[in-house]
Design a binder for this molecule. Structure first.
Ligand code: NAD
Ligand code: UDP
Length: 389
């Protein structure tokens, strides 16, 4: 970062350098946030995670210009007595740690609930007891299904935004029955949000809650059999990338009719940086962070990714690029889905003046260029090895 240039917040006040305790810093979002903080700010990061592969490029060599501003602590928040000390040393704690892949919600519901609720409890407690600010990562999934999804299929009210736009201070949280274990994640995230909110109301905890709406980009999840387990099921971007790289059909769960809005990770990180550096505007708020202009069905996403991948890899697409698969076969018993997720942007616009910029086409083009560059050769080698053996 250029020295001598004074950075100011949205109200024109100089920004003081902070020490940030970032839990889950080695994941997808954490790696992009660390990158941003190192390259564009003077802040210090205590990066906590069980893994650091995605931030290795920021930790080594120790001649990097920010080497004295980032420290990695390999630690599991489930059981590590260093946690409170690290929170105490910091001005701000950002909690990203979670099990957050849908394939786990119905197959590992206990781990999912422990990770998203029980393991987050000490973090909230230490922040509250030590008067430290907390930015906690929740999820858009706390909204569950839209009200509109319960209307008859041909009801004109389904077109009325009042029935599907998701508002932080207004929309209800609508989950399926208990046996639909898909909702174990959303329910645990909802309860930790309520606990943080209550700590704010009763004990003056300074908090901000972030609800990401399908942030995607480079380094998201893993490619099965290359940098993750062969049988693992990552989120949709990595599932579809994996199929494209292997020249296999993209699997559309229950026909790919669910709708999502996707946002480029780099746009979303801008919003998080504004929250970090404008506590007076961000404290006490829950923020949707998404791109309402990038809505597609999962089927449309598959078609778009197929077209873009063909362009970046210079390989023609398969004649029939997609195949339908039932959710029971793909995810197992207890899967259920959010039908539609469009974020209302009023609160984040008003408090932070933030808007996403990148179109779905552009963000997929840069992400698939990265996927091709990073994985195509490794996949080619693993396929030839499998054939040879
Ligand atoms: P990620 O899985 O890439 O990152 C999570 C990180 O937390 C991982 O590096 C993992 O090793 C670490 N972690 C998990 N349990 C831990 C523990 N006990 N101790 C230490 N580290 C632990 O996921 P992500 O996409 O970067 O998501 C980060 C946060 O944002 C999560 O809370 C997730 O629920 C939320 N979120 C993300 C999205 C999205 O679009 N990416 C959407 C909704 C919510
Ligand atoms: N999905 C799909 N094929 C896949 C992976 C996911 O059709 O190979 C669907 C999934 O059923 C959901 C959507 O894509 O409707 C987004 O899934 P993701 O795992 O990214 O997480 P979610 O948005 O549900 O939290």
């Amino acid at each position: 970062m250029a020295t001598g240039v004074s950075r100011v917040d949205l109200d024109g006040r100089p920004i003081k350098p902070l020490t940030i305790c970032m839990i889950g810093a080695g994941g997808f979002i954490g790696s992009h946030l660390c990158e941003k903080l190192m390259s564009e700010t003077p802040h210090k990061v205590l990066a906590l995670d069980v893994y650091n592969d995605k931030i290795k490029h920021l930790l080594e060599p120790d001649t990097l210009p920010w080497a004295d501003r980032i420290q990695f602590h390999r630690l599991n928040v489930k059981h590590d007595s260093r946690l409170e000390g690290l929170i105490k040393m910091s001005d701000l704690t950002i909690n990203l740690a979670a099990i957050c892949t849908p394939a786990d919600y119905n197959t590992r519901p206990l781990d999912t609930i422990y990770s998203n609720f029980i393991d987050a409890l000490p973090v909230v407690k230490y922040c509250s007891e030590n008067n430290k600010r907390l930015i906690h990562f929740s999820t858009c999934e706390v909204y569950g299904k839209t009200i509109g999804s319960f209307l008859p299929k041909d009801s004109p009210l389904r077109q009325d935004p009042a029935y599907y736009i998701l508002k932080e201070d207004d929309s209800p949280c609508i989950f399926g029955s208990i046996e639909k274990q898909r909702w174990s994640y959303a329910c645990a995230k909802q309860l930790i949000e309520r606990l943080i909110y209550a700590e704010g109301a009763e004990n003056d905890l300074q908090f901000t809650i972030v609800r990401p709406f399908n942030w995607i980009g480079p380094r998201m999840d893993f490619i099965p059999g290359i940098d993750g387990p062969s049988e693992g099921v990552p989120r949709v971007l990595a599932c579809f990338s994996n199929s494209l790289l292997r020249r296999e059909q993209l699997k559309l769960v229950d026909g790919g009719q669910s709708q999502r809005t996707f946002i480029y990770i780099k746009d979303a990180i801008e919003a998080v940086l504004l929250m970090i550096e404008n506590p007076d505007r961000a404290n006490g708020h829950i923020f949707n962070v998404g791109n309402p202009n990038n809505e597609v069905t999962v089927r449309q996403l598959a078609e778009m990714m197929t077209e873009i991948y063909s362009k970046v890899s210079a390989e023609p697409p398969l004649e029939v690029p997609t195949i339908d698969v039932s959710s029971k076969v793909f995810y197992g018993e207890g899967y259920d889905d959010s039908d539609k997720r469009i974020p209302d942007m009023t609160i984040i616009n008003r408090q932070l003046g933030w808007n996403p910029k990148t179109s779905l086409w552009d963000l997929l083009e840069s992400t698939l260029t990265y996927q091709h560059r990073t994985y195509a050769e490794a996949i080619r080698q693993s396929i030839s090895k499998a054939i040879a053996s």
